[in-house]
Design a binder for this molecule. Sequence first.
Ligand code: DGY
Length: 469
Amino acid sequence: MFNYDKENSIMIKKQLELVNEAKEILESNTTTVSVNGKHYDRIIPSRDFYVHQWLWDSAGIAMGRVHIDEEAAFNDLLSLIAGQWHNGLMPHIIYNPGETRYYPPADLWQTARFTRDGIKTSGITDPPLLAIAAAYVCDQATDEQKKRDFINTLLPCMMAYHDHLKRYRDPEDCGLLTIVHPWESGTDDSPGWDSILNRIDLNKIPTEIKANVDQNRKDTKYDNAEERPTRNDYYRYIYLIELFKDLEWDYTKILHETPFAVKSILFNSIWERANEALAALLQTYRNQEEAHKYQQWAEQTQKALTNTWSEEHNQYCDIDVTQGRHQAIAVPTNAMFMPLYAGAVPDHQLNILLNRLSNDDEFFTEYPVPSTAINCRFFDKDRYWRGPTWPITNYFIIEGLKRYKARHQDADQLANLLIQKTVQMIKENGFWEYFDPLEDGSEDCEKGMGFSSFSWTAAILIQLLHMMK
Ligand code: DGY
């Protein structure tokens, strides 16, 4: 006979073991570094390769970590803002001194003149998750005084970051920010970027850049090359950095000159939500007047995202805006579900998105949601953002579906199913960076890919278990 109490207590014990494992990963991936006599507690994504601090990883990690260690969650964000540039830019990597396991190295960017206190950083940004994380951490943290100090320190930095993004990435004031490098999208080698990157003629990329990549690239030393971006992708990634360096990191010039300029729906859905979060924080901790500007930006972005819908392709589309173009990119990646997160989806589109998400010929695989639809010709189950399932994007899709639960009961059911499936994927395979989304019949087949003991996966597991309560 089924013994509910016994089954239940076994399940709770298993969940506790999982949380403890996640906690250990987060603790062992936290490192205290000293730069010019100042100390920072930084969380690194993994022990191999990603050995510095990343903007959107750290923000996402803080959101999971606050459930088990408030102090550490505060530190994840405080150490991030120490890397902010004088002009407000939040760089996507803050480098830890003395580390050689990552490529490109800090000095390749030549950005020292923009940073404070001798901190070395990249020169591009990441999806702007910072304000969302700060608001979430504040919401969950219990120590009122620490929370107030934390938010008072963070607010001016977040306002400066948002003002910087709005000024330099949306000079036309259309509501959608432009990203200038595939790394800024968070989905580096998404097939959505192929048509743009292929316009960068490999023959015109200087041989020194190619030689630098060939001699120094590190990711393929630690990980299977089939699971990583290709060599040609890397030539182009580094070529773009060299170009921006020549333009002295002047973003007015970069926006004109870059051969990669995209209004990304993932990036902008996070931007929308980040402005909502910042406005809410300002409303609570400062005043309505300051909140108003960011609330208006959120509303403007929400409308602009709604308008990226393509009737022809039944999906929201990124837009290629390189050098005056305005071309929808109709590749079926999981970014099409991101406008849910931004609350930008009218009823008709909601039905279509729910159908596509739950269709097992497209996105509802054994471990959903693959980064590219499995019936798309670009789908590659192993390669980074061209097919594998990422807990990170699942988290945003779940939160997006939850936003629509009052409008459509399927949205709530799908969100709950996705929570269960994502937890199961991590439980069955471990805390990997990304996962093979397909069923292949064999029991012992390795589904985890990329780097193991991955911090953001650990943090998301904690957050998903919290949502299941
Ligand atoms: C990498 O190095 O793979 C990152 O995505 C760049 O931020």
